[in-house]
Design a protein around this ligand. Structure first.
Ligand SMILES: NC(=O)c1ccc[n+]([C@@H]2O[C@H](COP(=O)([O-])OP(=O)(O)OC[C@H]3O[C@@H](n4cnc5c(N)ncnc54)[C@H](O)[C@@H]3O)[C@@H](O)[C@H]2O)c1
Length: 288
């Protein structure tokens, strides 16, 4: 693993201006879903972006995107659980794009929908390996590179989940791993803020991506989620990228150590709120 893709065709031709001037941003899981939307968000704002993912074919398709900029972006095929491959990817990205480490979005992750009784030791280990260890390992490389480059303001955004904040059925391994990501975020924020690195997490509700289409494939699952969300729909990856983009940019300069749920109201809605949110207003008064 860790072989570099050849998506970058030329870099450094133009001076970068704006909030991401002179920096390189890293996005893991950038070949699909939320990570892909985050990479687009950054590139559209003139950031220089290293897009990391283990899916080589999906990385190759990035060049067909209308937002792809060969002078601003490079793609690297790397497994975030492979330390040596990550080392090489970070080194190569900084060398080729030219800039100090300014942002990291840890969007690579996996999900499985399994009852506790169907959760094997292996599944639990794999979930923690990718979602927790992978987030930690990419963050370590980013922070080490940031320190080697003598710092400057920087931000890391981890991707948690509402399933890491509440006990969603079927999310035994996944929810536990995302709860760990939230706690990792808080500790990282506390210890890295003095180095100039803000760390926050976004905890999305359901987002229309290839991952969630797999996890909620069973009949009625999508409808059940929608019925529990006052907003009454899934998010688009671009809506979540807007939130993540805010947290990775200097616009959120005083936000540090937060786990921000972008969930269509899912966590705020109790039974009455959700059951009644779609009912007629008059029905709220019966029997009270
Ligand atoms: N889609 C949702 O509803 C939802 C909700 C809450 C949280 N999340 C989280 O958001 C993140 C992105 O999810 P998504 O929905 O965009 O999923 P996705 O499957 O569309 O994209 C995930 C990407 O991560 C990559 N990846 C997985 N393991 C990797 C590894 N070991 N090394 C490198 N790349 C790896 C995959 O190849 C894929 O391109 C995940 O952490 C997920 O848990 C998603």
């Amino acid at each position: 693993m860790g072989r570099f893709g050849d998506a970058r065709e030329c870099c450094g031709a133009e001076t970068v201006t704006g909030p991401f001037a002179d920096t390189v941003c890293f996005v893991t899981g950038a070949a699909s879903g939320i990570g892909r939307a985050c990479a687009a968000w950054l590139i559209e704002r003139d950031a220089q972006v290293a897009l990391l993912d283990r899916d080589e074919a999906a990385l190759g398709s990035l060049r067909d995107e209308r937002w792809w900029r060969p002078d601003r972006a490079m793609a690297a095929c790397v497994d975030i659980c492979d330390g040596e491959a990550l080392d090489a990817a970070f080194r190569a990205a900084l060398r080729q794009l030219g800039g100090r480490p300014g942002g990291l979005i840890n969007a690579a992750g996996i999900a499985r929908n399994r009852h506790f009784l169907d959760t094997t030791d292996e599944l639990m280990r794999t979930m923690f390996e990718v979602n927790v260890m992978g987030t930690f390992m990419a963050s370590r490389r980013f922070v080490d590179a940031h320190q080697s480059a003598n710092g400057g303001p920087a931000a890391i955004v981890n991707i948690g989940s509402v399933s890491g904040l509440t006990g969603n059925s079927g999310r035994c391994a996944y929810g536990a791993s995302k709860g760990a990501v939230h706690q990792l975020t808080r500790t990282m924020a506390t210890e890295l803020a003095p180095l100039g690195i803000r760390v926050n997490a976004v905890a999305p509700g359901p987002v229309d991506t290839p991952m969630v289409r797999g996890v909620t494939a069973s009949p009625g699952a999508r409808e059940a989620w929608i019925a529990r969300m006052p907003i009454g729909r899934y998010a688009s990856p671009e809506e979540i990228a807007d939130v993540i983009g805010f947290l990775v940019s200097p616009s959120s300069g005083f936000v540090c150590g937060q786990v921000l749920a972008a969930d269509g109201g899912f966590l705020s809605a109790g039974v009455i709120a959700t059951e009644r949110a779609f009912h007629k207003r008059e029905e709220y008064h019966e029997g009270i």
